[in-house]
Write a protein that binds this ligand. Sequence first.
Ligand code: HPA
Ligand code: MG
Length: 216
Amino acid sequence: MGDWITITEEQHNYKLEHFNIPQHYAEDVSSILIPHGLIIDRIEKLAKTIISQYSDRLVVCCVLKGGHQFFADLVNFLKSFTNSQGKNLPISLDFIRVSSYENDSSTGHVKISMSEKELRGLKGKDVLIVEDIIDTGRTMVSLLEYLKKFELKSLKVASLFIKRTPLSNGFIPDYVGFSVPDLFIVGYCLDYNDHFRDLNHVCAISPEGKIKYQNE
Ligand code: HPA
Ligand code: MG
């Protein structure tokens, strides 16, 4: 068992009416798996752990778009810890766009958008990749494989979620927030064809939602 919070199959039953859900998604999600407040509390602890394990400059690299909200909240906690602890750990921010999903499945084709020039700038640096979810693991393994040739000092991965799926290639990130059941989840910047990023809680998409936002 890894060092994360496990959301079990039975647990994803917070009723929608007990939380505030944007009206435009009321029919499109079936339950809340992880309320926003719990996500934030967990990220605070991840930030504390990460801060304790680095001592030089750290480059925090956001995998867009899904990683954006986790990245923003994580970096805020990292800054507040370095400030309050008087720790000498400058943090640089970087962004990379990786895409492979259409509807609810991985296309297997991973597109990485960061110029060779920008990537060469990472040479000799401690880099932490920040991702929303590890599902099959294929996207992340391709990205790490690609980054290897740029001779980073260290390369670690923080993912807010890891999915318990039989399709996993076994990749486990260095820092994980929650292990989630094998469902397609949305919210907190996780999307279904670019929808649901503006939902704060992490929810299971409903059959109606899947149909409504399906790409042709
Ligand atoms: N939700 C949103 N995006 C994803 C998922 C998921 O369950 N798995 C891989 N990308
Ligand atoms: Mg996505």
